[in-house]
Design a protein around this ligand. Structure first.
Ligand SMILES: [Cu+2]
Length: 106
């Protein structure tokens, strides 16, 4: 899955009707940092933290009620929700510093 820094939003891969994106929480922040999702399709974002850094040890997605979720070092953690309407939402680290952008399209 493309995680190159300079590319545009990464499209989700749909697996069994669930749009899925793998996201690394690493030294340079999130990779990818921008993703694109379809409204109305169940979504699974799989975060893997690859740095010791406290900053990225939790992730949250307030727009869809995903509370601060622990990201143990090196362990993939899935957060699941269904985007309901087109627009832009963000996921943020537990300290509200690092963030990533989700473009929801209908
Ligand atoms: Cu942080």
């Amino acid at each position: 899955m493309g995680a190159e820094a300079a590319s545009g939003p990464v499209e989700a891969e749909v697996v069994d009707g669930v749009q899925t994106v793998e996201i690394e929480a690493g030294r340079m922040g999130y990779a990818p940092r921008e993703i694109r999702l379809q409204a109305g399709v169940p979504t699974r974002l799989v975060f893997t933290r690859t740095v010791e850094d406290e900053c990225s040890s939790q992730v949250t997605l307030p727009a869809y009620g995903v509370e601060a979720t622990d990201l143990p070092l090196g362990e993939p953690v899935a957060i699941e929700f269904t985007p309901t309407e087109a627009g832009e939402v963000e996921w943020v680290c537990g300290m509200d510093m690092q963030r990533g952008t989700i473009a929801v399209v209908s």
